[in-house]
Design a protein around this ligand. Sequence first.
Ligand code: PLP
Length: 423
Amino acid sequence: MDYFSYRESAGGRQLFAEDVALSELAERFGTPCYVYSSAALVGRFDAFSRAVGDALLCYSVKANDNLAVIRCLGGAGAGADIVSGGELRRALAAGIAPAKIVFAGVGKTGDEMDDALDAGIARFNVESEDELQLLASLAAARGVRAPVALRVNPDIDAKTHDKISTGRAQDKFGIEFDRAGALYARGAGLDGIAMDGLAIHIGSQLTSLKPFADAFGRLGELCRNLRQNGQTVSQLDLGGGLGISYAGETPLDLHQYGALVQRTGRELEAALTLEPGRWMAGPAGLLLARVIRVKQNGNKQFVIVDMAMNDLLRPALYGAWHDIQAVMPRPGGAAPVDIVGPVCESGDVIAAERGMPELRAGDLIAVRDAGAYGAVMSSSYNSRPPAAEAMVHGTDAALIRPRLDYDTLLARDSVPDWLTGSH
Ligand SMILES: *Cc1c(COP(=O)(O)O)cnc(C)c1O
């Protein structure tokens, strides 16, 4: 079901988010503004949950860390997959039970581990021997055992964008497959560590099942070896990575993925954790922006909008394609235009040579599938306050993160005495 659809309204046919007209949201909250549908978030969580059966679903907070988004998914039953102390704070603040929080990442610091031990999270997915030792000593010092899964690098090419492939031997993530067995045994012998499983995460925006099947197969191999050597492996964390359809490409079939996950859990007789991020949040959000002006350069038409690469980095960073819709499409045919932001970088192009109905200054556009890896990657480059964020729920809408004002933006800086001449 599409939670963003065109409907007839008093002002004519226009795009809605659930039961709220986007033009109304633009009036209330200004532009640029991310708009998330809470029904879409919950609907996607439920569909995923049904497809994978009995598994702990830890929403990957880095996809969209807004407290309202985490709380919405938490209310539907989600736990949290975190990669930093800041995400731990957010997950806890959003009411996620510590018993449903798993902590991944190659650079966990001692302070972050301490915070997570204090909170009593479900599991640390450990990515190096050094990290294992540090965690062991911190946990032992407080007389507890930290629950640990080893994140292994299965050396599988996820066949996705180079920058979001994480499971190849050359990537920084996980423990070398061939060393994992020895390290597992080490961990099991350490005071302060309770080894209870294995974890993988091979990349993001995967659009075929094969890399998942290969990686789960490798994990199974390791799991059986460990058990043959007398180790206990009760938890398998199969990561996230399920892709979505940005450009109308065939997304990975959720039910085939779910069947593979369930078969893996059955065959290996282990409790499962999954860490979907993009799949949950991506299609549940869009970025609403307004056309500032239209400019003709030679035979190229540039539609300059009030959102930019500082609000949504994916097109500039990955060459990512997002569907763009006119909120109130003008009649007439489509013509190719470049939709660009105001940032002083030639790479600040949201869409190149995109067929769009006529757009004029003041018109609204919606950049679709921007709910994941959108707002979280925003910055204030060019001293542009990042876009606001809003959530809709039926006919209700609320601002869930305001756009910073200039005073707040400037108040974060301070000028030392020797520059102001006041010492
Ligand atoms: C980013 C990340 C995820 C989520 O990936 P998606 O592609 O958004 O599903 C899951 N697990 C770990 C360890 C991650 O770093």
